[in-house]
Design a protein around this ligand. Structure first.
Ligand code: SAM
Ligand code: SF4
Length: 426
């Protein structure tokens, strides 16, 4: 979502005649878009600001902070960082050009963190060209009403708000028109898309509308919360040809006791039951998830249940995190914290187990032919291009850059933990 917000900010600034540079020393404006979901990314903001400080000494560079840390800290950021010019909260993105102008012309320091009741922050100019991109994010909703006890998102992104379906559909049509082949629909909990909007589309109906758009060959979405996971959504995987066989379905813990304290709203058994139903409807579906270790009160037995759930599901991949207390959330008040060395030990065990499973899952694809959407040059070398399978696995294959945007059949010759190597099938 931050990546998509950064893109939207870029487009807003392009409309105000700004030109992107990769070189901070050349910039008249540096905006740091931030995440506060865990402590580590929050710290990175301050070290980035420290690095950019000296640029101000030689040039009148405007420095701003956007995103969740901006929303959370507000004026405190201006107090703490005297050379910071602009703090722009999560629901003020649409104001960016005029706020930058205020800083530049009036020399004022500006901070805007008010929540925007009208939802204007969800609107952004459309890209006029694809810039060689073959896939794009499309934010369909923002905010969250779930209030999981560990999570800062509802406080920094506000309550759930869906974009009108017509607007989303028009945007996707526009993207198809500039050559985008794959869209990933974004929201903290896409399952509740359209909730509370009389007569609007729900999420499975929105998927169906997007599936009909000529030129869009692949649809993905993230993130889906296991609690409101409907049968209609499960059916979409078998019914919609463009919906890719991959789902990201965070489980967070395998222990019912911990899930309850996390306020997740489902049990281990109901999570497993959803996985079964998904695999029944779409046997080839790849499943990835998020998991947290060391949540307050997590004992060895609870952690054992997390490993056990992983062994049962055999996820294609996992994003795993040490619990990080977030000020203002309910879990930050829990006193039975887990020591950091215990968290670290559990994380290492979990990650090495998952690495093995991911490799085994990838090895199953050796010898098969997969449809790969070529995205561009591979990091592996100049002679290779990179792309993804429908199940979202990275494939590197020898080929020319002008294949970007094409769907090519690739025979998988070797599996690695994070990618696959393939050969172009003539
Ligand atoms: N809305 C998504 C859901 O509920 O599945 C998750 C969005 S959250 C921004 C991304 C992931 O960050 C979560 O799934 C969780 O695993 C992790 N996360 C959130 N808060 C955390 C915390 N305080 N400590 C560690 N990990 C956290
Ligand atoms: Fe955070 Fe996701 Fe829970 Fe919402 S559903 S509070 S975004 S973890």
């Amino acid at each position: 979502m931050n990546e998509d917000d950064s893109e939207r900010m870029l487009r807003l600034l392009e409309g105000a005649q700004y030109v992107e540079t990769q070189e901070p020393r050349e910039a008249n404006l540096i905006l740091i878009n931030t995440c506060s979901v865990r402590e580590k990314p929050e710290h990175k903001v301050y070290s980035a600001l420290g690095r950019f400080k000296r640029l101000k000494e030689n040039r009148k560079t405007v420095i701003g902070v956007a995103g969740c840390v901006a929303q959370q800290e507000g004026e405190r950021l201006l107090d703490r960082v005297p050379y910071l010019d602009l703090v722009i909260g999560t629901q003020a993105i649409h104001l960016l050009p005029e706020l930058v102008q205020t800083v530049e012309t009036k020399g004022q320091r500006v901070c805007v963190t008010e929540l925007d009741a009208e939802g204007k922050y969800l609107i952004a100019p459309r890209p006029q060209r694809g810039k060689g991109k073959v896939k794009s994010y499309v934010t369909i909703m923002q905010g969250c009403d779930h209030f999981c006890s560990f999570c800062i998102v509802p406080y920094v992104r506000g309550r759930e708000r869906s974009r009108p379906s017509e607007e989303v559909v028009e945007e996707v049509k526009h993207l198809a028109g500039i050559g985008i082949k794959e869209v990933c629909l974004l929201g903290q909990n896409v399952n509740s898309y359209g909730k509370g909007k009389d007569g609007g589309l729900d999420f499975p109906s929105l998927l169906r509308r997007i599936d009909e758009i000529t030129g869009i060959e692949r649809i993905r979405f993230t993130t889906s919360h296991p609690e409101d996971f409907s049968n209609a959504l499960i059916r979409s995987f078998s019914e919609l040809s463009t919906l890719c066989e991959h789902i990201h379905l965070p489980f967070q813990s395998g222990s019912d006791r911990i899930l309850k304290r996390m306020h997740r709203g489902y049990t281990r058994a109901s999570y497993l039951e959803r996985v079964d139903r998904l695999r029944e409807a779409c046997p080839s579906i790849a499943i990835t998830a998020d998991v947290i270790v060391g949540f307050p009160g997590e004992e060895d037995k609870d952690f054992g249940e997390t490993l056990d759930l992983m062994a049962q599901v055999r996820f294609d991949d996992l994003f795993s995190f040490k619990y990080s207390p977030r000020k203002g959330t309910r879990a930050a008040e829990f006193e039975d914290r887990v020591e950091d060395n215990v968290k670290q030990g559990r994380l290492s065990i979990l990650q090495s187990m998952q690495k093995e499973i991911t490799l085994q899952k990838n090895q199953i694809l050796e010898g098969t032919t997969q449809e790969v959407l070529v995205e561009g040059r591979s990091k592996q070398g100049d002679r290779d291009v990179t792309g993804r399978t429908r199940s979202n696995k990275i494939v590197n294959v020898q080929g020319d850059l002008n294949l970007a945007g094409s769907f090519i059949p690739v025979r998988i010759v070797k599996a690695f933990p994070h990618s696959l190597r393939g050969e172009f099938v003539e």
